[in-house]
Design a protein around this ligand. Sequence first.
Ligand code: ADP
Ligand code: MG
Length: 286
Amino acid sequence: MRIEAERLTYIYGPGLPWEKRALDDLSLRIEEGEFVGLVGETGSGKSTLVQLLNGILRPTSGRVLLDGVDLTDRRKPVWKARLQVGLVFQFPESQLFAETVAEDIAFGPRNLGLDRQEVSKRVEESLLKVGLEPALFRQRSPFTLSGGEKRLVAIAGILAMCPRVLIVDEVTAGLDPRGKRDILTRIKLLHRNERTTVIMVSHDMDEIASLVERVVVLKGGRICRQGQTTEVFSDEESLAGCGIRLPTIPQILSSLGRAGWRLPVSIFDVQEAARLIAQECHRGAV
Ligand SMILES: Nc1ncnc2c1ncn2[C@@H]1O[C@H](COP(=O)(O)OP(=O)(O)O)[C@@H](O)[C@H]1O
Ligand SMILES: [Mg+2]
């Protein structure tokens, strides 16, 4: 599904003393099957943007088009298009409510009016997609799960709606390293195997660098930079201007560069970085 944001402006509390222009005339296009990282300092407008993209918020001005369907058109029913964009909020596990994992995941599909058989099929499939064995998890209470598992169940609940676009907002925040890794692996597989368009909001540049093909950097409700991941993460100065630091490995390579080492900056793989550093040592450059 192609997503187009056209000149989006969003103002919280218009006319009130605390009025805030969260997005300012922002345009963005995301093609079917892309994996895009959305980054930017706190308050730059990331969460507002993704809520506009799935129609939870309506823009103050501008439009959102999903495969050409205008989400902001008040004259047409647009819920079908909206449902194709699944948004996993920050701390989605706080929205788990049912007595069992299966009931929780079934909530969305059931509301679509699907019959029992289809609903239970979607529950099974979604559990498998997030890597939770249905037989082990179906009847568990969500409240007995680990933090990482809860979040996977929340994601399964969104996947059960069969969205064509998956947006995750700070999806690994607060999880331990293993929980993080599990979730990122699942998202990567969804993108690869199902060709789901994925938009990942994160403040963790290492996470972004290891996964996405294209990065969009927001600052003050506008796009500050965008481009291929290797390109965006090779320019420390312009990133700093957007209030963002390089991922860890490029940061190290960049400091070595300042000390006279001749190394590329936009390497995200630790082994590759180690190999290049060793090569430079052998060459006696330092
Ligand atoms: N519900 C709200 N009411 C008022 N202002 C808000 C609300 N949500 C966000 N904002 C403000 O809008 C701006 C953008 O916020 P947000 O989209 O949450 O940014 P991010 O996700 O990048 O941290 C910030 O200045 C924030 O304080
Ligand atoms: Mg946010």
